[in-house]
Design a protein around this ligand. Structure first.
Ligand SMILES: [Zn+2]
Length: 309
């Protein structure tokens, strides 16, 4: 058995040597390090507890190696251990090497790609279900925030879509608006069909906005401030199911924000009639309905802005 093992090991070593010979080692260019960074990353020092840049960082993103930029940890695996250093209960698969520390007791962790000293890993402390704590020096890492989705879509129904669109197309951060139909049971509905109230669609405005300049919360506020969200089955003089007040959400985040604002209004004493539905297919309306009030140089008859929030 032992002989077989030794044989296999020799074989693997040979294979490795051959591979190493045939493939010239890539020369890697690492990031230059400051003396403080060198003290930890190269000389295996430890930064003082509670002083590192990322101890309390709760933002979503990825922690990469300060020396070589290899991704090491995801923010989802970070937890608060109160130990004074960033703590993770898992690494990005294959990103981290473990070695017995020079003290012969602890387990040192290093960047698998470049060997940079990261810190130590501890098992069995019971902090999280994974029972593992990567205790990492902030200075060994760089945090890259997750890129925020910049362009977002929102769908609002609040009576005659000319009036809904009128306010959104003028709002800060809005890139474009389109009026159309949503929430019915027929495909490619026409205005005439929707007007019968029999297709089940609601006149809806699609709002495309830049989330770095405005927010879905701002869109919600404008929505509630520009129609009577307590009216059931219509809006102003427009009576019929196609004029119902509905927020069609496109994500769980939008849904919970809409619920938040409905709760705020309820708290203020309003009886909110607005429905909350998952966004189905949006059917754009005929061209002559688009940006109607701008074309006609008019203003809406029942979508009057009033400040609530
Ligand atoms: Zn590295």
């Amino acid at each position: 058995m032992k002989a077989t093992y030794t044989f296999m090991l020799t074989g693997m070593l040979l294979l490795f040597t051959q591979t190493a010979c045939t493939q010239p080692k890539k020369t890697m260019k690492y990031n230059p390090l400051t003396p403080e960074e060198q003290a930890v990353i190269l000389n295996k020092g430890t930064e003082r507890p509670f002083t590192g840049e990322y101890v309390d960082n709760k933002a979503t993103g990825t922690y990469i190696c300060r020396q070589c930029d290899a991704p090491l940890y995801h923010s989802e695996d970070k937890f608060d251990s109160h130990c004074g250093w960033p703590s993770f209960d898992d690494e990005i698969p294959g990103a981290v090497n473990r070695h017995t520390d020079a003290d012969g007791r602890r387990t040192e962790i290093t960047c698998k790609n470049c060997g940079a000293h990261l810190g130590h890993v501890f098992l069995g402390e019971g902090f999280t279900e994974k029972n593992t704590r990567h205790c990492v020096n902030s200075i060994s890492m760089k945090f890259i925030p997750a890129t925020k989705k910049v362009i977002e879509k929102a769908y609002f129904a609040s009576g005659c879509f000319w009036g809904t669109e009128y306010h959104f197309m003028k709002a800060k951060g809005v890139i474009s608006t389109t009026v159309g139909y949503m929430g019915g049971h027929t495909t490619s509905p026409t205005y005439k069909e929707v007007c019968t109230g029999e297709t089940g669609h609601a006149e809806t405005t699609e709002v495309v906005f830049d989330a770095t300049k405005t927010s879905y919360e701002d869109m919600l506020k404008l929505y509630f401030e520009t129609h009577d969200f307590t009216q059931v089955g219509g809006q102003g003089p427009d009576i019929g199911d196609q004029y119902r007040s509905v927020i069609f959400y496109t994500s769980d985040e939008q849904k919970s924000l809409a619920e938040k604002y409905i709760a705020i209004l309820t708290e203020k004493g309003y009886k909110v009639a607005t429905l909350l539905e998952k966004a189905p297919v949006f059917w754009a309306a005929e061209d002559y309905h688009q940006e109607y009030y701008d074309k006609k140089q008019g203003s809406p008859y029942c979508h009057i802005y009033r400040k609530i929030f």
